[in-house]
Design a protein around this ligand. Structure first.
Ligand code: SF4
Length: 348
């Protein structure tokens, strides 16, 4: 279902618009040099929205500098103290992530007043690890139903104050539970959903886990903004998030390199040619499909819609474009021509 559009600074979350990619700094928020450098790196990597953990007044002060320096919308991540959330809304954060579940009614009213006055949305972030005791008792532990119920209960607290600039997340580190929770929530409410798998770990396993969870949701049409949670450099989260969007067909302006796994029919160094091609096309925001195939048996046919392709033979290789053959050349010459033509396409 198309969700309500919620504005976080220059970025709209929901409303049927593009799915945005978020990340979170892991430097000391009060360390202006380190955090500014990380925010710059995130912005450069294509991060749409960046979140910072705000732990105290010192952090709030430092964040004033980041809000001034960066056009990328910044989100304050606050635990427990609603007064910090109020301070963050007041200094111009584009969004706050805060769960008003354990806050007094007066506190919720104060927070909502500050957010309304500053046009600052609130993300309710429900996590498996911090689910309310009574919900866990009702469902016999952390479950998808419990996560969705906790989110709806928290949403009602804000709706009671006539606040509707809400984004919701319901993350667990269990992929199936997370997907089920979002699927339920998607049917239950019209607020935009921030999707992700929490604490997914490090390395390739974490990337695969996030891709399966986030990818399943995106293919089902669920999710308005995403964060890939990976242990390590947050730039990798952004790169992975963008790759997931591309694989799901939700981001088109990039160079897709199609290459075969190779088999005994491949007689040239396809792997190094793919690496050269990837280097030439890295970061290019242009819709192009380049095919690097191991042989002429299947190559040109399987990549018939490529803007440019090469298929190796024993001593010769074929270059092709949109299914039509450009020519057959000795392998080394074909590789050279192929890379030159790739460069031309990228520049043109
Ligand atoms: S394209 Fe040719 S070399 Fe590559 S996997 Fe298929 S048959 Fe093997």
């Amino acid at each position: 279902m198309i969700k309500r559009a919620v504005k976080a600074g220059r970025v709209t979350i929901g409303g049927g618009g593009a799915v945005t990619v978020q990340s979170m700094t892991n430097t000391d928020t009060a360390d202006i040099e380190a955090t500014s450098a990380q925010l710059s790196a995130l912005e450069k990597a294509g991060c749409d929205i960046a979140r910072l953990a705000v732990r105290d007044k010192r952090d709030v002060e430092a964040c004033g500098t980041y809000i001034e320096r960066f056009g990328m919308p910044l989100v304050a991540d606050i635990q427990f103290d609603y007064r910090l959330a109020v301070a963050c809304a007041d200094i111009g954060f584009a969004k706050v992530r805060f769960n008003p579940g354990n806050t007094s009614s007066a506190g919720v009213r104060e927070l909502v007043a500050a957010c309304k006055a500053n046009g600052c949305p609130i993300r309710i972030g429900i996590n498996g690890g911090s689910l309310e005791k009574d919900i866990k008792a009702k469902y016999g532990g952390v479950t998808a139903d419990g996560l969705a119920e906790s989110a709806i209960r928290t949403v009602r607290l804000l709706e009671r104050e006539s606040f509707s600039d809400i984004v919701i997340s319901v993350k667990a580190s269990d992929v199936r539970m997370t997907v089920d929770a979002y699927t339920k929530l998607d049917r239950l409410c019209g607020y935009p959903l921030h999707i992700g798998i929490t604490e997914s770990g490090a390395g390739e396993d974490a990337v695969v886990k996030s891709a399966v969870g986030i990818g399943s949701l995106l293919l089902a049409g669920i999710g308005d903004t995403l964060r890939v949670s990976l242990t390590g450099d947050p730039v990798r989260e952004v790169e992975t998030g963008r790759r997931i969007l591309r694989a799901a067909g939700l981001e088109k302006d990039y160079v897709e390199i199609v290459s075969c796994p190779t088999c005994a029919r491949c007689f040239y160094d396809l792997e190094s040619l793919v690496a050269k091609c990837a280097k030439l096309t890295a970061g290019v925001n242009k819709r192009l499909k380049i095919a690097v195939m191991g042989c002429v048996v299947n190559g040109p046919g399987e990549a018939s819609d490529a803007d440019l392709g090469i298929a190796g033979g024993k001593d010769k290789a074929v270059l092709f474009r949109k299914g039509g053959v450009i020519g057959t050349y000795p392998t080394a010459e074909a590789e050279e021509k192929f890379l030159a033509m790739t460069e031309e396409l990228v520049r043109g």
